[in-house]
Design a binder for this molecule. Structure first.
Ligand SMILES: Cc1cc2nc3c(=O)[nH]c(=O)nc-3n(C[C@H](O)[C@H](O)[C@H](O)COP(=O)(O)O)c2cc1C
Length: 178
């Protein structure tokens, strides 16, 4: 397999669900946020906003609000060191797809700095619950934006388990090199 540092970053990324208590460099988070903004968006609409929460108390508060809405009192989003919420305009025709591109940029940029990440999906479908919306408003999310993806970030406390990649790749009209 031909490789380079970008490919190695892609192949090394795994979802991390347990973080050590060690702050993340602010300048690396800034770079990660810039990478989020550079993701492709349908028709270049860029109808998204990124919220970087570095304060663990605020992240814990958000997790508590989500947990309350889900009926899971102990929900903690894996207690990340930082969290990036990706919010898209509700009527953005490809908002979810755009989010996915930004989320992957965030997770790969994090990986390139040795920072672990995991997609947190729990806000999907909960944004219009009044207590959740009130909290999003407190964080600065406009009423006409919703959040589907959040990236929990931190240094991995342990290696993730092995994961076999099983999706077929069908080659048509050419043969893969060995
Ligand atoms: C759209 C989407 C939603 C996800 N939501 C969650 C989530 O809420 N919590 C979680 O622990 N992992 C979540 N994940 C991570 C997946 O479980 C993970 O990517 C998958 O198990 C493959 O493992 P890997 O990321 O280590 O390659 C999500 C991933 C995607 C793409």
């Amino acid at each position: 397999m031909k490789t380079n540092s970008t490919v190695e970053t892609v192949l090394a990324r795994r979802s991390i669900r347990s973080f050590v208590d060690k702050p993340l460099p602010h300048d690396e988070l800034e770079t990660i946020a810039i990478c989020a903004k550079h993701a492709p968006s349908a028709n270049n609409r860029q109808e998204w906003m990124f919220f970087v929460i570095e304060d663990r108390n605020r992240t814990a508060k958000l997790a508590a609000v989500i947990g309350e809405a889900m009926g899971r009192a102990t929900y903690d989003m894996y207690k990340p060191q930082a969290l990036i919420m990706v919010a898209h305009k509700k009527d953005a025709p490809f908002g979810r797809e755009d989010d996915g591109c930004a989320m992957e940029n965030i997770m790969l940029a994090a990986q390139s700095f040795g920072i672990g990440s995991v997609w947190i999906n729990q806000l999907q479908g909960l944004c219009e619950i009044p207590a959740v919306r009130a909290h999003l408003t407190e964080l600065g999310v406009p009423e006409d934006y919703e959040v589907h993806g959040m990236a929990a970030l931190g240094y991995a406390a342990k290696e993730p388990p092995e994961l076999e990649r099983t999706s077929p790749v069908i080659w048509i009209g050419s043969a893969p090199s060995a």
